[in-house]
Write a protein that binds this ligand. Structure first.
Ligand code: HEM
Length: 153
């Protein structure tokens, strides 16, 4: 019973985080292409302001439920199958990348928007885009590892 609650919360958090990145990268980014500056960066500011709160929540849930399952039903790190070690590694890399994104380019973008300094704000977008591209790729791989791992080999 506890395992099913943990896995359900885990997978919902993964869907919100990875799905949000997919939507931002694959739908919103090209849709912004026709807008005149500084509209795109102002829009990204509003979008990220909301999305990143959800990412923090998703990270908290992923870590708590992930380690809850690993230390509980899976009987600790020593007994965990290889795909779970891989998931943990990918998860830690994704979280570290997000934290860098949040505390470096996103903080700069937010400050610049508050100062009505649109060129500085817009300069942060390519960095954020690159990190999101990497994290989206890692997130999709992590989801495949998490859901399919038990059937591999
Ligand atoms: C940060 C450390 C993480 C740990 C310790 C962890 C641990 C786990 C564990 C123990 C399972 C259950 C596997 C099973 O029942 O066979 C699982 C499943 C899963 N995890 Fe993670 N995970 C972590 C991060 C992530 C991240 C970042 C994502 C995606 C963004 C993710 C996506 C998934 C998915 C999609 C499943 C499959 C759920 C299912 O279909 O049963 N996990 N994870």
């Amino acid at each position: 019973m506890l395992h099913s609650v943990l896995v359900a919360l885990h997978v919902l958090a993964a869907i919100i985080w990875v799905g949000g990145m997919f939507f931002a990268y694959v739908m919103v980014r090209p849709a912004m292409a026709g807008l005149q500056p500084p509209e795109p960066v102002k829009m990204w500011g509003r979008i990220f302001d909301k999305f990143f709160n959800w990412v923090w929540l998703a990270i908290g849930i992923l870590v708590l439920t992930g380690y809850g399952m690993l230390l509980g039903p899976f009987g600790g790190f020593a007994n965990a199958p290889a795909y779970l070690h891989l998931m943990q590694l990918l998860g830690i890399v994704m979280i570290a990348l997000f934290m860098h994104l949040y505390f470096a380019p996103w903080k700069r973008l937010k400050r610049a928007l508050a100062d009505v300094d649109y060129p500085t704000a817009a300069k942060q977008i390519p960095t954020i885009r690159k990190i999101v591209a990497i994290n989206l790729t890692l997130g999709l791989i992590t989801a495949v590892v998490g859901a399919g791992g038990r059937y591999f080999g």
